[in-house]
Design a protein around this ligand. Structure first.
Ligand code: HBI
Length: 100
């Protein structure tokens, strides 16, 4: 069972995650959030397809919303009732798939 991180734990990990990113992940409404914008719908959906396969491999799944070329991603750990290490692991892997 994953444990939820406290505020300090989240802040430390956010700094590491965002260290080399142009656009950062943020803590919003108790979730790790980032909005990705692509050139077009096909690129956005291609990214979502890769993230879906990744999420299955990791057994950890995003909450997300897509309109046209915009993909909004929220990460939280339902089992933990908050943000856990798993969310940061998934966010880091998502970043490997997106060049932002
Ligand atoms: N994804 N975001 C998220 N949070 C969970 O708690 C979670 C999940 N994917 C799979 C999963 N839990 C399973 O381990 C359980 O639902 C069995």
């Amino acid at each position: 069972m994953p444990l939820s991180l406290d505020k300090a734990g989240i802040e430390t990990r956010l700094e590491t995650l965002n260290a080399r990113l142009e656009l950062p992940w943020r803590l919003e409404d108790g979730k790790l959030r980032k909005v990705f914008e692509f050139d077009n719908f096909v690129s956005a959906f291609g990214f979502m397809t890769q993230v879906a396969l990744l999420a299955e491999r990791m057994n950890h799944h995003p909450e997300w919303f897509n309109v046209y070329r915009r993909v909004e991603i929220d990460l939280t750990t339902h089992e933990a009732g908050g943000i856990s290490e798993r969310d940061f692991e998934l966010a880091a892997e998502i970043q490997r798939l997106a060049q932002f």
